[in-house]
Design a protein around this ligand. Structure first.
Ligand SMILES: *Cc1c(COP(=O)(O)O)cnc(C)c1O
Length: 454
């Protein structure tokens, strides 16, 4: 005779199997359709949500359960449930599922996701499990390899928290397009390899396929932060990466109403430093164990904002990329501009590599995203003058917004790193980072033209 708890498990699993089948059907649809529907099928709407057309915000700290057996099964993770919202919540689950569907779009493998309170929380949660003290107590030799041109917060986490506070060796790759540099820095004590594509603000890229293969030769994972590209323009898992990071704060949620992050992992990631259970569903494991313990969860309200924006992500990234190219072409011709850094410009030394990786999903059109940067002739003082004259373009340390935003990284986002680290990350003093929004591009060009006048 089956016990009461076995019956509960059987009932819950049968219900889950029905939903999983619907999700598998949805996974076969086109990218735009998945953006709009995700795992929130009509059946799911009727079954669990009073037929609400749009994903409801489950603004509740916890879920009540039928009886002690359901309570026990839920809290011991024997059944899918949302007992407590730090660990699981339906609105957040809808977001995690659509993100994992988009990052594994048209691939034979599946992916899973764990949302976090911020992009930095995602980066910390995704990297920390590789840096634990293993039984062999060999952590003195432990190292990890990362390209140097990462987001300022990531640089600080790796350099200050991991390297200086914990004594873990971080090996910076200065030229990520130089494959030899990756090869000579990775060894048997390397725990993971980390890249950003494209990087913020330097717009550095690297050959994901080659670096993934190299990492896998050492049985370690490649982690890629593709916040700036979004799954519309780049899906690193399909090129061999094991784990993808998003700051949901940025390009995915253009309204700017949310701070959030996500870790998306491929099933069965490569890693000799993890257990079979950890490798099988890395993001799911993070969600149930370390993220539960550190507590940096997303709120259901924030998750709903992100879900709303994912529905229009493809058309937005397409339009913003076209506008950015137009603006980059204008800046390139301007006499006050020293150099424009935009992956879509043919003059860019990384253009041909970018062309291989960055294109509008479900089309053969190359698109290079909304982020560009340029240096102003005359150093920091002249750069400040140009920046201060911007009227339409907001002056802030933000990006990915539906409105255009500019910043001077050397005195803002990358100020704390100091001059040497800025040099390492190739951030000159006179660099303006511009993230193009959905205003009419001509109004933005006029704003820039006016600011660049003496
Ligand atoms: C902003 C940013 C992060 C950090 O995200 P938060 O949500 O601000 O914590 C990580 N990576 C990249 C590329 C970013 O631009």
């Amino acid at each position: 005779m089956t016990s009461e708890i076995d019956q509960v498990i059987a009932e819950a699993k049968a219900k889950e199997a029905v939903w999983k089948k619907e999700i598998e059907e949805m996974r076969k649809k086109s990218f735009s359709t998945i953006c709009v529907h995700g795992a929130y099928t009509q059946e799911e709407s009727i079954r669990n949500n009073n037929s609400a057309v749009i994903e409801p915000v489950f603004s509740s700290s916890a879920q009540s359960l039928k009886n002690s057996y359901w309570l026990e099964a839920a809290m011991s993770y024997k059944i899918p449930a949302w007992g407590y919202s730090r660990i699981a919540n339906p609105t957040i689950a809808y977001l995690e599922l659509v993100l994992s569907m988009l990052e594994s779009y048209k691939q034979p493998f599946s992916a899973s996701a764990c949302c976090t309170s911020s992009g930095m929380a995602a980066i910390k949660a995704a990297t920390e499990p590789f840096l634990v003290n293993l039984k062999n107590k060999d952590n003195q030799k432990m190292n990890f390899v990362s390209m140097a041109q990462v987001y300022g917060g990531t640089f600080q986490l790796f350099n200050e928290r991991y390297a200086k506070e914990r004594g873990i060796e971080v090996r910076w790759i200065k030229d990520p397009t130089n494959f030899e540099e990756w090869r000579s820095n990775i060894d048997e004590n390397t725990r993971f390899v980390y890249g950003e594509m494209p990087s913020n603000p330097g717009l550095q890229i690297f050959d994901i396929k080659k670096v993934a293969e190299l990492s896998h030769n050492f049985e370690i994972p490649l982690i890629v932060d593709s916040t700036i590209a979004t799954p519309v323009l780049l899906r690193p898992l399909e090129h061999g990466a094991d784990i993808v990071i998003h700051s949901l704060t940025k390009s995915i949620t253009s309204s700017g109403r949310v701070i959030g992050g996500a870790i998306i992992s491929k099933e069965n990631i490569k890693c000799k430093f993890l257990t079979v259970e950890q490798k099988k569903d890395f993001a799911g494991w993070i969600k149930l164990w370390p993220a539960r313990d550190s507590g940096a969860c997303l709120s259901s309200e924030a998750a709903a904002h992100v879900i709303d924006e994912i529905k229009t992500l493809r058309m937005r990234m397409n339009q913003l990329s076209k506008a950015a190219l137009e603006i980059a072409a204008f800046l390139e011709k301007h006499e006050k501009v020293e150099k424009v850094n935009y992956l879509g410009l043919e003059s860019n030394s990384l253009h041909s590599l970018a062309k291989q990786y960055m294109y509008l999903v479900d089309s053969n059109k190359n698109r290079y995203g909304h982020l560009l940067s340029f240096t102003v002739k005359g150093g920091l003082e002249e750069t400040r003058k140009v920046f201060d004259k911007l009227k339409i373009i907001f002056k802030a340390t933000d990006l990915g917004r539906i409105k255009s935003i500019a910043t001077i990284p050397s005195i803002s986002t990358h100020q704390q790193q100091g001059e040497d680290a800025r040099k390492l990350a190739s951030i000159p003093d006179n660099l303006i980072r511009l993230c193009v929004g959905a205003e009419n591009p001509q109004d933005l060009i006029n704003d820039l033209d006016n600011a660049l006048k003496n």
